[in-house]
Design a protein around this ligand. Structure first.
Ligand code: PLP
Length: 399
């Protein structure tokens, strides 16, 4: 944010000021009991968040990245095995795969939803892999390693198209771990099950991030894993706590990956407001759509597929000259973001994976054109109108 900024990309101060008394009461409680690690505040939040997600179990951990890593480990992913995800996501998705000792495979996203394209996933599983009868496993032809899991990312607050992904997972006996780090409360209409399902209940487990800027954010680092599988929940509780179910009895090596009690208490306070905040985000998204409605050229608006009820963690548009739009908006005091400018397969960190430019054309096209406009529950009507008016000014001058 520069001194010129009038409209922030995200206002994190106002909600915390509004909830100050309740948030400070959590600190008082922790100080009075010295219950800083684990204990009732963590257990209460885990129960509340599981209920919010319609999941049976929730395991609080210290970040979304560890939530993913612990889920892979608890699901039994072994070193060298391959996990498939998308190149259009935050690097934490793939970092967690490597940190669990597994290898990364990528498939492109869908041009309309920006989430995993089930057609590309099928192509990878059918053409890039073959079933090895002796090992009883699906093996990637190139690396000769078993493919064991799929990680659909519910990006920007919209779910991936889960029915065909789950169908492929079933056919090839693969685990599905949802990356729901941007999708607290998002829903998916499953034709297979004939009803709406919450993000975090469709795979074997799902990872959530409570990084402060998320729809449900802590006042620091925090994350959680949801699952309907009791054995998974038990293993994840052990992994986050040095591999122990009972103090100083270590069945395995684990991590120091617990959720702080104060963060859990703060998350409980904020969770009570999440349905209202998510509704506000949806209303703002619909209003952006309305206000931009007649702009038919020069800009692509986010499209909510009929099978998803998004929670608009981000409102992402596409334009040809995105740096120029950002500069135009910055000149008018409007902050924007890019999520994310460099596809993962073109990052220096992943040179060793052997991908090259052109391998994932949809992701590459998107990455060059996307701009995230201001989106947070407290964004006012006049502020939103100003964002739209300045964006339109730019688009009209260009087409
Ligand atoms: C899609 C996605 N996956 C994983 C993460 C990792 O979460 P955290 O920052 O809490 O480790 C994030 C959040 O930054 C994310 O947006």
């Amino acid at each position: 944010m520069t001194s010129k900024t009038k409209i922030q990309f995200l206002d994190l101060v106002t909600p915390h000021q509004e909830l100050k008394a309740e948030l400070l009461a959590v600190v008082e409680k922790a100080l009075a009991t010295a219950g800083f690690i684990g204990g009732p505040m963590v257990e209460e939040f885990e129960e509340e968040f599981a209920r919010f997600c319609d999941a049976k179990f929730c395991v609080g951990v210290n970040s979304g990245t560890d939530a993913l890593r612990f889920a892979f480990m608890a699901a039994g992913v072994r070193p060298g095995e391959i996990i498939v995800t998308v190149p259009h996501t935050f690097i934490a998705t793939t970092e967690a795969i490597s940190q669990a000792g597994a290898q990364i495979a990528l498939v492109d996203v869908d041009e309309k939803t920006y989430t995993m394209d089930p057609v590309k996933l099928r192509a990878y599983l059918e053409d890039g892999c073959e079933f090895d009868k002796t090992r009883g496993k699906l093996i990637e032809k190139k690396r000769k390693q078993p493919v064991v899991a799929i990680v659909p990312v519910h990006l920007y607050g919209q779910t991936a198209d889960m029915d065909p992904i789950l169908e492929l997972a079933k056919r090839y006996d693969l685990i599905v771990i949802e990356d729901a780090c941007q999708a607290h409360g998002a829903e998916y209409f499953s034709k297979v099950d004939g009803g709406w399902k919450k993000a975090g209940t469709m795979g074997l487990a799902a990872a959530f991030s409570f990084y402060p800027g998320k729809n449900l954010g802590a006042c620091g680092e925090a994350g959680a894993i949801t699952t309907n599988d009791e054995a998974m929940a038990k293993r994840m509780r052990m992994i986050r706590d040095h591999g122990q179910a009972k103090k100083y009895y270590h069945d395995m090596e684990g991590y120091n990956g617990r959720l702080d009690a104060i963060q859990a208490g703060w998350l409980s306070v904020k969770l009570r407001h999440l349905p209202k905040w998510n509704e506000a985000r949806r209303a703002l998204a619909h209003r952006y759509h309305e206000l931009f409605g007649d702009v038919s050229e020069g800009m692509v608006l986010p499209r909510e597929a009929k099978w998803t009820k998004g929670v608009y963690h981000l409102y992402v548009v596409r334009v040809n000259d995105r740096e120029a739009l950002q500069a135009h908006l910055a000149e008018a005091g409007i902050a924007t973001g890019i999520h994310y400018p460099i596809p993962l397969h073109l990052q220096k960190a992943y040179e060793g994976l052997g991908y090259k430019k052109g391998d994932f054309p949809v992701t590459e096209r998107i990455a060059a054109e996307i701009v995230s406009l201001p989106m947070f529950p407290q964004l006012t009507r006049p502020q939103q109108e100003e964002v739209v008016s300045k964006t339109r000014e730019f688009i009209t001058a260009r087409v």
